[in-house]
Ligand binder design. Structure first.
Ligand code: ZN
Ligand code: ZN
Length: 290
């Protein structure tokens, strides 16, 4: 893609600069509510054996949805940007000078041209969160990815059960495998007698959404966990820098607060402060240095 065009799409500003944010958030909400709708209104009534099974599956799905959304909105709410415009007279050696913001920023921070700000402990810019993942929202981002991956596997299993029952049985035959790919699905719909209903088409679409999104979020969850354990940001990992590395358990506690907090925040979306915010790469008390 043309570099200039890509920059215009991602650059914040008046002329559709937030196009990629809008698309990513739209896709996420469409898929989430698509999963809820197909599972609760199409799949569970058709597949579950009794009311009890249906009820408990709605409870599991709602629990995943609640944790996913809770962490998503906290990831949105807690921003890691630092825009002071203060250039320090005698900055600590580890601090960086950002030409864009015309300010000194703490170590591990990085300027994001999409957010147009320096981000504390910058990891990467997330189009789904419409902002950067950094010091204050990394923990929510990790748990959010975990629940999207879990929810995707959970929903995909039920969607497959429905398709096997009402579309084509899941078998290791060439025709069955072909039928579960889009061209095969289209072929069956247009040229065969196999009943392709609106419900099975919707289930197939949502199933593929779950598969791709779940795989992406699982990958992000694992890579973020590795970075947290190693005590690195993505930039530090790519440049093979270990300047802020501590013992693995201390690295984890730095991000999540404590082991009890990790356990609690994986069970329930909790807005907890981490130790990191008081660290040298956390939100600084600049006036001390000016
Ligand atoms: Zn900056
Ligand atoms: Zn950003």
């Amino acid at each position: 893609m043309d570099q200039k065009f890509l920059f215009a799409l991602t650059k914040p500003g008046k002329n559709g600069g937030k196009f990629l944010h809008f698309t990513a958030v739209g896709y996420y909400f469409l898929l989430t509510f698509g999963v809820l709708f197909t599972c609760i209104h199409i799949v569970y009534p058709a597949i579950t054996k009794n009311q009890d099974e249906k009820f408990w599956n709605i409870v599991y799905l709602s629990y995943i949805f609640f944790n996913m959304m809770g962490n998503y909105f906290m990831g949105l709410f807690f921003q890691s940007d630092l825009k002071t415009g203060i250039a320090l007279a005698d900055p600590p050696k580890s601090w960086i000078y950002c030409k864009e913001c015309k300010q000194h920023s703490p170590p591990r921070s990085h300027h994001c041209s999409i957010c147009n700000a320096c981000i504390l402990k910058h990891d990467h810019h997330c189009f789904f969160l419409c902002q950067c993942v950094g010091l204050k929202n990394q923990r929510y981002f990790i748990i959010y990815n975990f629940y999207v991956a879990i929810g995707s596997v959970f929903a995909a299993r039920w969607l497959l059960l429905y398709l096997a029952e009402y579309y084509i049985p899941l078998q290791w035959t060439l025709y069955s495998i072909f039928s579960y790919f889009f061209p095969g699905f289209l072929y069956n719909w247009l040229f065969t007698e196999i009943p392709v209903t609106f419900s099975s088409a919707l289930c197939m679409l949502v199933f593929y959404g779950c598969l791709t999104t779940g795989a992406g979020c699982f990958f992000l969850f694992i890579t973020q966990c590795i970075l947290v354990i190693r005590g690195q940001t993505l930039h530090e990992f790519l440049k093979n820098r270990h300047g802020f590395r501590q013992k693995w358990s201390k690295n984890i506690v730095n991000v999540f607060g404590s082991f009890l907090f990790i356990f609690a925040s994986f069970l329930f979306p909790l807005p907890l402060k981490s130790n990191e915010e008081k660290s040298p790469w956390g939100l600084p008390n600049f006036y001390k240095y000016v």
